[in-house]
Write a protein that binds this ligand. Structure first.
Ligand code: NAG
Ligand code: NAG
Length: 157
């Protein structure tokens, strides 16, 4: 009895986890620079825009916006990023975006249920690599809850 309940629960969670597939969003589609992403969070999609969407050889300054609904408060917010090229991990990067005593962004301290719409000026120095890259980005709060997760594909040649 207990065993069948457990397997049913497992089946349910597995089905749920596999059932959630957020759409792939194409952010940029210019000849030498393509950027797309999909949310890898089971509970929500995330919005991202980049302007202008031109060749990285020509442009190095961009305006980006990030939109997401908070499922948990973010007194603290922790960013974790992996840059992958094929099977190779080129870079792992961890950073605090919000700390209690060091709120680096206006959204730090926002509560569950609030919508974040943040304009983020980006400076991208020319990328020394060419090809297809996957970037895995995760945001965690002070209690280890996932705030957002995105799987980014970047093609640069
Ligand atoms: C970013 O936005 C600001 C304000 O709207 C604008 O003045 C600036 O030219 C934009 N930068 C780029 C690179 O488009
Ligand atoms: C997500 O990551 C997988 C590899 O882990 C990749 O095959 C897929 O294209 C990625 N999707 C997006 C939208 O970045």
């Amino acid at each position: 009895m207990e065993l069948s309940f457990l397997s049913l629960t497992l089946f349910f969670f597995t089905t749920m986890a596999e059932g959630v597939h957020w759409p792939e969003h194409v952010v940029c589609s210019s000849p030498h620079f393509q950027l797309s992403y999909a949310s890898c969070d089971p509970f929500q999609d995330v919005g991202f825009t980049l302007n202008p969407c031109t060749d990285l050889h020509v442009q190095s300054e961009f305006n980006s916006t990030i939109s997401l609904l908070l499922q948990h408060s973010i007194e603290e917010l922790y960013l974790s990023l992996d840059l992958l090229h094929g099977d190779q991990k080129l870079l792992h990067y961890d950073e605090y975006l919000c700390l209690h005593h060091l709120p680096r962004f206006p959204f730090c301290g926002r509560k569950k249920g609030e919508l974040i719409n943040h304009d983020w000026p980006l400076k991208i120095k020319s990328i020394p690599f060419k090809g297809l890259f996957n970037i895995w980005i995760q945001l965690l709060n002070q209690d280890g809850y996932q705030i957002a997760c995105a799987n980014v594909t970047l093609i640069h040649d």
